[in-house]
Design a protein around this ligand. Structure first.
Ligand code: GLC
Length: 596
């Protein structure tokens, strides 16, 4: 794959934080690592407060060697197109050494790159090119569990009960006369028991180990100082390499209640799931325990030792937002994903309420709110927003799901929802492919599914593969330009030509043009650092506010809304009259009305 170069004029020029080019990057002779001396000058910029951060799912972004799995060199070759899109940073889902039983969220070596993705040198090149283009780089840190292939875990199995090696994980004796029952009743997020029994070297059944996720993802014991010290070193390793921060996986799960008591879920409402990641975590003995916070205070200080403004972003499925705000107190993390916003239906009243709640909760601790609509764990919002009752997180959509989302309706709502999101002050996350309007892939054959959720639920939950299909770059080419061989680890639909980047680039009205225009105007008008001032006089179905000089109006209802007189900045559909149709959003600069 050749390096595609963006015309100079299309690169971001008006961002005061944009880093200048590669000449500034040098190899540190002592560390033998690439260092970015410009980072020092960025100390205090707090770029993350308003940043638009683009999530790259490496296995599905761009595949340079044609084996059907995306890789780091592929990402590097496509970075110029992200710079022209107008984002500020990329977050890379895990690319570390891993048996890939949970698509890389099962890490076997935190300080190396899995050969399917490339090498550490490929990572350095990626980071250098990203910085040259003014894009910051956030990597994924998976501290709750390792892979069962990690040397710490194989050493723990070999060392036996009561050993210091076992004390790094959550090994316990079983209940019952012969230890044949699991130590408690906890269920895995992916389905089935959260415990697996080991076999001792003599072949006899041994202790059990805890895994909140797949059995190939044993939970670490974060009350163990040894574990904490290892992760300090892992953080330093990547910080020295020049990363701008970490997205922290399962940041609400690392500390479990002392004694590991049984958990009896309260009566569930329709659509709720006892072993989900979210919900009110208050009563769950493995979610949102107060002990997690001292870990983040420790990491906050560690990051401060490095130049530039490095960040921590929590993946914490914690509700309500007033509780999630504890993850972003001034001495803890910098951001937390706002999943309450992601889960809000396409309803004016509910969107206004969650925006208010978010701004109040986060500003109460001096943090920006984040906004997010899609990621690699949820049904793409292009499909989700077309459903009245979308399945709970992790359940996914598949061939037998009913009703199926209406693609045109979903796309209209997704475009409107994204334009609304990008007008909000704070930091926004964009998941690869949403700028193309990609829908969830529903018709994946069972035989090609890979998500452990699907297998641990015996196919009763489809899982998350539908949002992870490799993205289309060029219409009419093998694998839509994901690679040049046509291989793809998940099959791509045959009708994606119109979604391909090449079909949308420079095309007025395309979803890519909408995102590009919105990101350009957001940046130029400083919306990310602005504020929300609600506008009265619109109905329940309408979200209307002013941020700086821009009036934003989103119509979630069915009745067209009369627009104020003004100049349209961006709109999710071409507007032919002064009315905003159903399922659309507009940004405009109001004009005073004059009588003739
Ligand atoms: C997080 C990741 C998800 C992964 C899980 C276990 O929720 O986003 O993809 O399966 O953690 O690591």
């Amino acid at each position: 794959m050749t390096l595609e170069s963006a015309p100079e004029s299309e690169l971001p020029t008006n961002d005061p934080l944009t880093r200048t080019p590669a000449e500034g990057l040098v190899i540190d002779p002592v560390l033998d690592l690439i260092v970015d001396p410009l980072a020092e000058s960025n100390k205090g910029s707090e770029w993350w407060r308003s940043a638009v951060i683009y999530q790259i799912y490496p296995r599905s972004f761009a595949d340079s060697d044609g084996d059907g799995v995306g890789d780091l060199a592929g990402i590097t070759s496509r970075l110029p197109s992200l710079a022209t899109l107008g984002i500020d940073a990329i977050w890379l889902s895990p690319f570390f050494t891993s048996p890939q039983r949970d698509a890389g969220y099962d890490v076997a070596d935190y300080c190396d790159v899995d050969p399917i993705f490339g090498t550490l040198e490929d990572f350095d090149r990626l980071e250098q090119e990203a910085h040259r283009l003014g894009l910051r780089v956030i990597v994924d840190l998976v501290p709750n569990h390792t892979s069962s292939d990690h040397r710490w875990f194989t050493a723990a199995l070999a060392a036996g009960a009561g050993s210091p090696e076992r004390a790094r994980y959550m090994f316990r004796d079983g209940k019952g006369n012969n230890g044949e029952l699991p130590p408690n009743n906890w269920q895995s997020v992916f389905g089935g028991e959260a415990w697996t029994r080991t076999t001792d070297p003599d072949g006899r059944p041994g202790q059990w180990y805890l895994h909140l996720f797949d059995s190939s993802q044993p939970d670490l014991d974060w009350s163990n100082e040894w574990v904490r010290e290892q992760f300090r070193e892992i953080l330093r390793f990547w910080l020295r390499r020049g990363v701008d921060g970490f997205r922290v996986d399962v940041a609400h799960g690392m500390i479990k209640v002392e004694g590991l008591p049984d958990y009896f879920a309260p009566t569930l409402e329709d659509g709720e799931d006892a072993n989900s990641m979210g919900g009110d975590a208050a009563a769950v003995p493995y979610w949102a325990q107060p002990g997690v916070h001292e870990i983040y205070r420790d990491w906050h200080q560690l990051l401060e030792e490095f130049d530039g403004d490095r960040v921590l972003c929590a993946e914490a499925w914690v509700q309500p937002l007033s509780k999630l705000a504890n993850w972003v107190r001034p001495d803890e993390m910098h951001q937390a994903f706002n999943f309450s916003y992601l889960e809000t239906p396409w309803s004016g009243n509910e969107i206004r309420a969650i925006v208010d709640e978010s701004i109040e909760a986060f500003s109460g601790v001096g943090a920006p709110s984040t906004w997010v609509l899609s990621n690699h764990d949820v049904i793409r919002h292009t499909s989700r927003l077309a459903l009245d009752s979308p399945p709970p997180q992790g359940a996914g959509l598949g061939p037998l799901s009913e009703p199926k989302p209406d693609e045109a309706l979903g796309l209209a709502r997704a475009r409107a929802a994204s334009l609304l999101m990008l007008a909000l002050p704070g930091s926004a996350y964009v998941y690869q492919g949403e700028e193309l309007g990609l829908p969830e892939v529903i018709n994946l054959p069972d035989a090609s599914r890979q998500d452990p959720t699907f297998f641990r639920h015996n196919g009763e939950k489809y899982g998350r593969d539908g949002c992870r299909v490799p993205i289309p770059w060029e219409a009419g080419t093998p694998a839509y330009g994901f690679n040049s061989t046509g291989e793809s680890w998940l099959p791509q639909p045959s009708d994606w030509d119109d979604y391909a980047r090449s079909s949308q680039e420079g095309v007025p009205g395309s979803t890519l043009s909408l995102y590009t225009a919105a990101l350009r105007e957001r940046r130029a008008r400083g919306l990310g650092l602005g504020s929300v001032e609600w506008l009265e006089g619109y109905g329940d179905d309408v979200v209307a506010f002013r941020n700086g000089d821009v009036v934003v109006i989103a119509n979630t209802g069915q009745v067209a809304v009369e627009l104020p007189v003004g100049d349209i900045v961006v709109s999710s559909v071409a507007l032919s009259e002064a009315a905003l149709p159903a399922d659309t959003t507009v940004w405009l600069i109001p004009r005073p009305e004059y009588d003739d």
